[in-house]
Design a protein around this ligand. Structure first.
Ligand code: ADP
Ligand code: MG
Length: 293
């Protein structure tokens, strides 16, 4: 009966674009107790857009955008794309040139532009630059409280401005969380973004546990912690950064619209990139296992 049940489960999944890579993936999906979901590109659309620009007193908006865009043009991060598009839409113009570009994984990017050191990224990066948010601190809190990702721009170690970026939740994310809860499964959000931003979005989606401000290299270790008492954990992700966590999980689930690395590493691929297909996959797994007993 075993091979037949597996064939039935696999083809049932395939009809919905839920691609189990092998029999073990199907079996693992039956015993999942915790589903960890990456925020950006999994729970959200992964189409970030700049909504706010706040400058420190004495900083010119157009000049700041020029400098920031000069750094972000060299970065491949989705947030960088959003910043560059915004700068171009404001026709902020270009600079003399970008030198010594450095990508800081999970934090941002740094470069020298027109002889000035420009750092663009999260609070951790700003702190490393020795920057004090000063008058920008309250604006940062307000933006994060609305679920915006807040990028800090530093010029020569001084916080010069904030960029608020919105990435809307996917339409079915909240329903997917509700269905997982109905299946008795705990849902956890895992993200490199800051805590206040992540918590606001989690609250909107009905997610109770948030693991935020995690560096890409630490994501797999956070999955291992959740597995400690033998709990079976699934991880859903889309990015290059997510691959080690997908490999660590008992069931790695890649969003079909994700990167090749994520898709290759995963045990299960959701072709429609629909979070609702996560509970669907777990139900198929449970149904298959029942038939095997
Ligand atoms: P996620 O977990 O959402 O995939 P990342 O680990 O890629 O996030 O990045 C974590 C945080 O680092 C982002 O929320 C952002 O604040 C900052 N960051 C990373 N790369 C950049 C960049 N190129 N420009 C601005 N901010 C960045
Ligand atoms: Mg990501």
């Amino acid at each position: 009966a075993t091979p037949t049940a597996i064939m039935v489960g696999t083809s049932l999944g395939a009809k919905r674009g839920v691609l189990f890579k092998n029999a073990m993936a199907l079996e693992a999906s039956a015993s999942i107790r915790t589903v960890v979901m990456d925020k950006t590109g999994t729970l959200t659309r992964g189409e970030p857009e700049v909504t706010d620009l706040v400058t420190a007193p004495g900083t010119d908006e157009v000049r700041l955008l020029q400098l920031v865009a000069a750094v972000e043009r060299e970065s491949e991060h989705p947030l960088a794309d959003a910043v560059v598009r915004y700068a171009e839409a404001q026709s902020s113009g270009t600079t003399g040139g970008t030198q010594q570009f450095e990508n800081v994984p999970g934090q941002g990017a740094v470069a020298v532009v027109d002889g000035r050191r420009i750092a663009v990224g999260n609070r951790r990066l700003a702190e490393q630059e020795g920057a004090d948010l000063g008058e920008l601190a309250s604006a940062r809190e307000e933006l994060a409280a609305t679920g915006r990702t807040v990028v800090i721009a530093c010029i020569d170690g001084r916080a010069a401005g904030l960029i608020g970026i919105a990435d809307a939740p996917r339409e079915t994310s909240a329903d997917a969380v509700a269905e997982l809860h109905a299946l008795g499964v705990e849902v956890v959000m895992l993200t490199g973004d800051n805590r206040a931003t992540a918590e606001r979005i989690a609250q909107r989606l009905g997610i109770d546990t948030v693991i935020a401000e995690v560096l890409p290299r630490d994501k797999a270790a956070r999955i291992a912690e959740l597995q400690r008492d033998g709990r079976k954990v699934a991880m859903v992700g889309d990015g290059v950064n997510d691959a080690p966590a997908l490999a660590q999980a008992d069931l790695g689930i890649a969003i079909g619209a994700g990167t090749d690395v994520a898709i290759e590493t995963a045990d299960l691929v959701l072709m429609r990139s629909d979070p609702l297909d996560v509970p669907t996959a777990l139900r198929i797994g449970r149904g298959t296992l029942r038939k095997m007993r």
